[in-house]
Each structure stands twice: as C-alpha cells, then as structure tokens.
Design a protein around this ligand. Structure first.
Ligand code: BTN
Length: 338
C-alpha cells in the first residue's frame, strides 16, 4: 500500500481528531517528510485536511462535502457478474454540471470505461418524462453510473426497479438503522413519509452497428438535506428531503458520501443476487399495493384502477372498474383522493 493510502487510513480511523506528523510517521514507519508529502498529495485529491502547528493533521469533519476519492476507494474493486467487463469504477466529482446523466453518457461513449459522475449541483438536471429535476447546491446527491452493459437494453428491464430498491435500502441502512422507512412508488420514486425524496432516470443507448458499444446510464437524484429556500412551488407539496427536521437521524457525518457508496454497492449486489431477493424487497416497499390509483400513460391517457400487486418482471398488476386485469410496463401513478 502506498504511503499516501496508509496516511489516509490513519486519518480516517481518527477522523475529526488530530494526529501529529511524528505519530503518523511512527505508526507506518516512514519519515515525517514522507508524511508531509502524502498529506499534500491527499489535499490535491480533494481531501480537506487541517494542519495545525503543535497539533498535527486531521481529516476535517464536514457533513456536506462530497468526496470522489473516498467514494472511489470504497467502491473498488467492483465485483459484478451482471456487468461482466466492469472491475473498476472511476468516480468523477464536479461541483456544478448541467446534468450528470449527460456528462456520464458522453464519457462512456468516448472512452468505453465505466464511470460514476457525481455533482454538488446541476443546472439542467433532468427527471422522467421530460421534467426538470431540482438540484440545488450542497443538499443532494446527483449522480449517474454509466457503463457498457454487454447486454441488449431490452434484456435489462429490471434495472430501474433494482435501482429503486438499492436507493431505498441505502436510505434505510445509512440513515434509519436498517428500519424499513423508505418506500417505493412504482416504478422508481422513493418516498419517506408522504414526500418524494429521490427519483431515478435510467437511459439506454443502443448501437445497431456496434452492439458492444451499447451503454446504460442510471441517474440518481436524492434530496438529502432541505434546500435553504425550500422546494420550488411546483413541487413543494410533494418533494421532501431525507434529513428533514422531524426525522430521527443517527449520524450526519459524511452522509452524502456514505449514501452514494451504499446505493452503488447495493445496485451491484442486487443485480447479482437471486431475482427474488430484490423482488421481495420491492414488493414490501411498494406502498400503492391495495390502493385505488390514477394512472397517467402517455399512450393511453388517464385511467383509474385498483393495484393488485407487482409481477415477477416488475410490471404493475391492476384491476379496472370493469373487472378487467392489466399488467402495466410504464406510466405515472398517483394516489391522490378522487
Ligand atoms: C425523476 O424523479 O423523474 C427522476 C429524477 C432523476 C434525477 C437524476 S439527478 C442525477 C441524474 N442527472 C439528471 O439529469 N437526472 C438524474
């Protein structure tokens, strides 16, 4: 292991507390000059390190920093049966970007290498069905995983639902001590209480000439903290943040890094797990089962139906007023009263 990585390990173990240059040097058997060089290298990588005379060095505790180096280190090496050619995931952080989906898409198209792009704010964040995704600075996780899938896009219909399970389980584990708090509204909206706290935009790009160059981009938008001036009026009645006042949160340190890491780890794990593992969580978390809902589909317009359940391929099983039963693959469901 490089001196830099060993220094980082020590600082992480003592995050928030000072370690003198001599202590670090003794623990890893290098000179103080090497420790100093390692600290400079870590700072260049984006780590925020306080250096104070007579006290030493400490990794700064900052609840709102996103740190690509920490995320990249935690995620690698990647083990995936589902995406056979993926063994290393590069993580790129941008403080401001138009859309992480667009940026990640360009990168994977050009280089073919898997990449996770994460931004502190997006100026043109995109949601499903052509909507904007409100992405204010310092409060959310806006990230996109882009990779050459080695599969046809049509063979990956479950990926959006698996992504929804990955996000909701990450929220439960990182924030709510594993309690079943985050819920899913078909297909992939994540709710905490009555509020939508996260959404997923999955985009597939197929190449007919070069099928191996087809790739997929999975974009995650998670509202972690409340924006300073609240949510815009168009979404203020539905949007919410996970760490929103009244909720009991265990530990605010590093929340965004921890959540981002857990989401991606969950995604790779659920894609490799038995199909039922993910399906069972999805069904348990789907809160519209047993409800009478409004379904808006761009092909067939607006309909109302009773939700029976979710099929094995993540389609919504509904019963209309005329007793006919249908399996839906797409559409927007809402549970408002009629
Ligand atoms: C939705 O709820 O309609 C989906 C929202 C997806 C938003 C994320 S934020 C990161 C990525 N980049 C985008 O432009 N959109 C997705």
């Amino acid at each position: 292991m490089k001196t830099k990585d060993r220094v980082l390990e020590l600082l992480e173990e003592n995050r928030g507390n000072f370690l003198s240059g001599q202590e670090i040097a003794d623990k890893i058997s290098v000179t103080r000059a090497s420790v100093w060089k390692a600290i400079k290298a870590l700072e260049n990588q984006g780590y925020k390190i306080d250096a104070v005379t007579n006290r030493g060095y400490r990794l700064r505790l900052d609840i709102s920093e996103i740190n690509a180096a920490i995320i990249e280190k935690s995620l690698n090496p990647v083990k995936s049966q589902y995406f056979l050619d993926v063994d290393y995931l590069k993580v790129i952080y941008e403080s401001e970007i138009t859309s992480t989906n667009d940026f990640a898409s360009g990168l994977v198209r050009e280089s073919g290498e898997p990449v996770l792009v994460i931004a502190d704010t997006q100026t043109k964040g995109r949601g499903r069905r052509g909507r904007n995704f409100f992405s204010p600075k310092g409060t959310g996780i806006y990230m996109s995983l882009a990779l050459r899938s080695g599969k046809r896009i049509s063979e990956m219909t479950e990926i959006t639902a698996v992504a929804a399970v990955s996000v909701s389980k990450a929220i439960d584990d990182v924030i709510f001590k594993g309690r079943d708090v985050a819920k899913i509204k078909w297909v992939n909206d994540i709710f905490v209480g009555q509020r939508k706290v996260a959404g997923i935009l999955t985009e597939g790009f197929s190449s007919f000439e070069e099928p191996d160059e087809s790739y997929i981009v999975i974009g995650f938008g998670i509202n972690v903290f409340c924006p300073e001036n609240g949510f815009p009026k168009e979404i203020k009645d539905i949007a919410g943040a996970i760490a929103d006042g009244g909720l009991e949160i265990d530990n605010y340190d590093d929340l965004r890094n921890k959540l981002a890491i857990k989401v991606i780890q969950n995604l790779f794990e659920y894609l490799d797990a038995k199909k039922e593992d993910c399906l069972n969580v999805y069904r348990k978390k789907m809160f519209i089962i047993g409800n009478y809902v409004r379904i808006e589909d761009y092909k067939s317009g607006i309909k109302y139906a009773y939700v029976i359940g979710v099929s094995d391929d993540y389609r919504l099983e509904v019963r209309y007023d005329d007793e006919s039963v249908d399996l839906l693959s797409s559409g927007e469901v809402s549970t408002q009263k009629y």
